[in-house]
Design a protein around this ligand. Sequence first.
Ligand code: NAP
Ligand code: ZN
Ligand code: ZN
Length: 348
Amino acid sequence: MKTFGYAAQDATSALAPFHFERKDAGPQDVVIDILYCGICHSDIHQARNEWGNSNYPMVPGHEIVGRISAVGSEVSKFKIGDLGGVGCMLDSCRQCESCQAGEEQFCEKGAAFTYNGVYADGSPTYGGYSKQIVVHQDFALKISEKLDLAATAPLLCAGITTYSPLRHWKVSKGQRVGVIGLGGLGHMGLKFAHALGAHVTQFTTSPDKEADARRLGAHEVVNTRQEGALEGLAPFDFILDTVAAPHDVNPFLRLLRRDATMVLVGVPEVPLSVESFAVVAGRRSLSGSLIGGIRETQEMLDFCAEHSIVSDIELIPIQKVNEAYERTIRSDVKYRFVIDMNTLTENA
Ligand code: NAP
Ligand code: ZN
Ligand code: ZN
């Protein structure tokens, strides 16, 4: 099907209007008319080829919500007019051990990521900075009519990426949890950790975010740029690192109690350096986590509907997407940009 959106043509030029051809909808597919799409820092890393794996032209965007405008003949999960969401994946093999376990993000054949990816037949995928998207019904998420729709969009990546590790490492009531970085992922991690009853410490390099961090659920806020700020903090049961830029993880590892884990979800473009003693002492673990499976993404969306959790957003017209990228890099957004897709017209 023919559609249009905004694309990066190479690693250095600004995103600009782009007409393109999407995979036609099959019997198991739904077509979603996109209403809102969040801007994830991963969009910036990939549009600029910071991870070294970019394919162009690239239409970024994997925090997608909209209304179903067409359904294939075998679709039973949705009907025309329903809300639908798409996160970071459009499909996967369904057969491998990871897919069978509901962890399609780790599909051994490689999941079809929503953009900068390929379908099983090798054709490219294009993301949510566009009018429509086609997705297999199994990878489309049910979206509550109760929540603010624009503020729901970031749940599809920032939400699941922070919810999944908190669940996997069984964060529970009364535990001491640290969240590093108060950005798109960080503020969702903070909200979820708070909702799970943890005692949450927000680590930030931006002292002006302190009042917000407390409003969002932090019991303590630590300005990591301040000399000696990490000294004397009580040991942590779990730390979630959402930082998008190179930084020193060792002082945070040392804050973990015996056998506790720090999980990286941020993916800076350069390797981290880990001091052996930071993990040898206390038998601590450093791990990572990639988004979450489809079943867990739906569980997270239902949890959000139940607990009235959405993202704190700044809504922008698509014409401001390049400016929004620059502001995101400067940590100048509270706390997620979301594109109002009504502003996307055929000619601009
Ligand atoms: P973001 O909105 O830009 O937030 C990142 C935050 O990191 C900033 O708000 C800032 O918080 C902090 N920060 C920035 N530069 C820093 C520096 N030099 N030193 C210390 N802290 C710094 O980005 P995001 O969308 O949340 O994404 C965060 C990272 O997660 C990105 O690398 C992204 O690609 C990755 N990601 C991973 C997954 C996954 O599945 N694992 C999914 C989505 C995104 P303060 O102002 O509070 O310091
Ligand atoms: Zn993302
Ligand atoms: Zn698979």
